[in-house]
Design a binder for this molecule. Sequence first.
Ligand code: ZN
Length: 479
Amino acid sequence: MNEIRLHNTLSGKTELFTPQTPGEVKMYTCGPTVYDFAHIGNFRTFIFQDILRRFLKLRGFKLNHVMNLTDVDDRIIANAAAAKIGIREYTEKYAQAFFDDCKTLSVEAPEHWIRATDHIPEMVRLIERLQKKSFTYDGEGSIYYRIAKFPEYGKLSKIDLTGIQSGARVDNDRYEKESARDFALWKAPKEGEHFWETEIGKGRPGWHIECSAMAMKYLGETLDIHTGGIDLAFPHHENEIAQSEGATGKQFSRYWLHAEHLLVEGEKMSKSLGNFYTLRDLFGKGHKPSSLRFALASVPYRRQLNFTFDGLQQAASSIERLRTFSDRLKQGKFPAGSNPAMAGRVAKADNDFDAGLSEDLNTAIALAAIFDFVREANIAMDKGEFKQGEVAAALELLGNFERVFAIIQDDDAAKLKALGFGAAEGEIGDAEVEKLVAERNAARARRDFATSDRVRKELADRGIILEDSRDGGVRWKRK
Ligand SMILES: [Zn+2]
């Protein structure tokens, strides 16, 4: 077993990971703001935290992990008011879509999945604690956090506070570093907006107080790990620290882990560029959940991830290789006895896999450990040098891999069907046939006959007959 080291944004260093209570990890992840469908950039972060929690569990830690749904913030309040419906009614659809998306990508449910609007009293109590310690002041019915009162403000995002005017305020939940100001903990209601009647007045919470109050309710005043996308480091996480540490006088989170941005074909994803994708957009184009999970997990979380359709295609063939190997291993037609060299090779792969993930969750190294092993084991199998004695250990290695990466189990079709994609039972759409035929052609071109046979069989099972023509082309027809 290798020591687990994680990069802590707070110190700017990769540190040995030790939780406060041996064997237990208290972790908080900022969940989605449910005002729209989550996009693949959001899921880059959610896959990262899923790989983290799965790896910690594999290493025997008991997880106490909280993820929130932000179901009240500026955008939700404005959209719900415009639609003249309550905020619960407005957010319900997107909250349910998020749960469905997570299931489809095999993102495990955290121990606590909670909503901001179920925790208004906790937020009010935290604001009262801050009021008693003079961290706040009132302005036109709203309550602001006085950042001058918290000298450590900026320690996470390392922003330069010189020139910040004391007492200048910002009302928006989201703002840039240049506008670091006293921020709103509690906002006075505007005409037509949803509000709560509370001990600190009418209004609604600011976004930042939500996470401080909820994290401390479920995990105590000091967490082990707080995760999120890098764009949350400022102002959101900086403000969470100011609020929590201001109130308790204790460190809020010992490790802060941030996932880098995702680009699409080298460009920033945006609706105006037409390269903005939700999961459903990709599934509609015939891509599989496992390919997307693999593509999002394959780049270490602190590196920018350039999402490309080529990459997604490669992910699909990588998964195919693993699934084919796993089947071959399970069929178990190997010579009796054991081969010490291969036994050593399995042990090395196991260690390399663990070492990769232990070093700040380096998924690229962990994946390379498995794929190198699969390649060598396939060669050994072809030569009859892979013996029955190594099957159990190899299966255990793949089992450990699967507990973290969750892509070998082939349940894509069922997942897509649950989301309403794919043809009716037994039917297959033309686009999907074309895609599978292309996959088979690619496999044949690289002389990967196991994959090409597997795809032919899959098509046959779904009523598609392939005819290889003399010129090397392939035609298909329905039975
Ligand atoms: Zn948060």
